[in-house]
Design a protein around this ligand. Sequence first.
Ligand code: SF4
Length: 410
Amino acid sequence: MANLGYIQVVRHCNHFCGFCSNPTTPYTHTFASMQVLVDDFRRRGYFGVILTGGEPTLHPELPEITAYAAQQGLHVRMITNGTRLADPAFAGAMASAGLKLVHVSVYSVRPEVEARLRGSEGTLARAFAAIDNAARLGIEVNINCVINRLNAEHLDENIRYFLQHHPQVRHFVWNNLDPSMGRAEVNQDQFTPRLADFERSLGRAMRLLHRSGRSFRVEKVPLCYMGEFGWASTETRKIVKGEERIVHFLDAKQTVRQTDWEHRYAPGCAACSLRPICGGLFDRGDAYDPAELAPQFIDPEPVVRAILEDPRDPSFSRVSLAQWRAAFSDRSKETGSMGQVDGMAVGARSPEGERLYAAKRRAEGRKAEALGVAMETEAAGPGENGPDDPASADGPASADGPASADGGTR
Ligand code: SF4
């Protein structure tokens, strides 16, 4: 199975998205503290590791930990906003270190919308340069896009732009906004979309990609909003394949292991034929409306078959539909788990980290005021539970890179 582990290598960022779900904390990683986590993934037989943040390219030892993970046989991926990867020398260092795949995050190809969402001007051109640098160096490029209120109605316009200007990109990932953590939680009214806001443009975007021969994944969107593309749901793929994820959060949550991909359901979901393979409505912040869900009465097996027979899955061993039915029935009797994993410290809070955190919060407070967005609750102290609970394993990355970057995984 294509199990992928996440390491948040930093939690600060050079952008300031108003819906960042994993903003700055006082925790920091050294090469040695990341090495322990990489070794654990190797021992567990994981397929790969996703380096994320915050903005991972801001860690000074990123090429070194990339090289180490690659030497351990892991498929190394990174989720980035692209600003540093626009520098050809840095992109070259990452390629030489063994980076195999990069998810470059772009929310909107409209420069004014992207600038508003990023809290910074000029980021779009650098993301495009990052895409071209990586592709030229032989790093596979995927595009990540967080669906939010400001881009909801032009997701297909983004795709048309990429097909025309960056035809080398073959895979796209949408993540519906996680409204339960960080700045996303305190700015729900500005950024959280309704499902109906993006239903039509997402449908158009998926059809465009499908017709062009590209692949794509969609996370945190219930199957009743996926039309004929239910097989592209990240949660459904994980439910069907029985995958797990381990996320090493660089905050008070530390390590979370997730094997249960079901979120929230409306009473009507009980009558829905897709319920056993649907992740439901992602919401831990009461931001989405269950009344938008619409029970389906179609055969779920074509969705399952499309996932089982996907020739692009690099690691899922082929099983027949009959074998899958038996295994799925056994798995459904087990209770899912989403809990913390003891035993490994994930980063540390040092006096220097606390000082940098305090300085970063002051600077970000000024940006927040200028942009008219609220700041997230301050990170909890050592041993306390933060504002985020372990259930937030779905949002290990910043606004840029939710977990389904692996949705990237075929
Ligand atoms: S009605 Fe509920 S179970 Fe059915 S597709 Fe929608 S969210 Fe999933």
